[in-house]
Design a protein around this ligand. Structure first.
Ligand SMILES: Nc1ncnc2c1ncn2[C@@H]1O[C@H](COP(=O)(O)OP(=O)(O)OP(=O)(O)O)[C@@H](O)[C@H]1O
Length: 241
């Protein structure tokens, strides 16, 4: 049974459709990369999956024991978020808010979870540092630890590599691969880098004028991929895929 599925989904704002006719499903342990040109609606789709934006039509379903509030989210970083005046530990522990409910304090189990997730992300030594003083790569690790405090089942990542240099990006890719392969955490990631997407993902959702959803191996055999990679007379998103 799928952990998450979108059925005939249309997304957009104030009744204005950005993207329509989406049908895809994600099983536990999948690694789905969402690719497509700028403004095609990738972030809007992610916000709709998270329930931050109502669907215009169709449905987002969760299943296989996943509850709608068990989805971890790493949003696109804004300048305000980058400048957040809190310690690393405070940012990570805020991921437990969904668990603590109306309680005004975090319990021992939650504090232990925070320690474990900081250890996993290799940021324990930064615990007392101010979040805004960290490098971009360190900040992303903090946000991943925060998302992992919210859930160990499924992570939604909106372009986590923006602004990072290639070495730091590669370390972060490795970390996310490990969460997926070793810990079995389902990953849904928006990516601008289609080459990296096919290297790391198990499935691809390509959105735009033409849509593709399926296993990476199928995507690599698709006409879309041939056009995109220039094997049919030039390539890139300028071909309006
Ligand atoms: N809050 C909003 N209200 C109205 N329209 C919006 C809002 N946010 C985004 N849009 C519009 O919706 C469309 C899709 O935007 P979205 O951010 O989902 O695209 P994207 O594929 O994630 O783009 P990018 O790759 O540049 O991040 C764009 O035309 C955008 O201008």
């Amino acid at each position: 049974m799928a952990q998450l599925s979108c059925e005939n989904l249309s997304v957009g704002y104030d009744g204005k459709v950005v993207l329509q006719g989406l049908n895809f499903s994600v099983n536990a342990g999948d690694y789905l990369c969402i690719v497509g040109e700028n403004g095609s609606g990738k972030s809007t789709l992610m916000k709709t999956i998270l329930g931050l934006q109502p669907p215009i039509q169709g449905k987002v379903n969760t299943g296989d024991g996943l509850l709608p509030n068990e989805i971890g989210y790493l949003p696109q970083q804004t300048i305000v978020q980058k400048d957040f005046p809190a310690s690393v530990r405070e940012v990570v522990i805020s991921g437990c808010q969904g668990r603590s409910g109306l309680r005004m304090f975090y319990n021992r189990k939650e504090k232990q979870l925070v320690d474990e997730m900081m250890e996993k992300m290799g940021i324990s030594h930064l615990s007392k540092r101010c979040y805004r003083e960290l490098s971009g790569g360190q900040q992303q690790r903090v946000l991943l630890a925060r998302a992992l405090c919210a859930t160990q089942k499924i992570l939604l990542l909106d372009e986590p590599f923006t602004g990072l240099d290639p070495r730091v990006s590669s370390e972060l890719y490795h970390l996310i691969d490990e969460l997926n392969h070793r810990d079995g955490i389902t990953v849904i990631m928006i990516s601008h880098d289609v080459q990296a997407a096919v290297e790391h993902a198990s499935h691809i959702l390509h959105i735009g004028k033409r849509m593709f959803f399926g296993a990476k191996e199928e995507y690599l055999k698709s006409e879309m991929w041939r056009i995109l990679t220039g094997k049919e007379g030039g390539g890139g998103y300028e071909y309006d895929l």
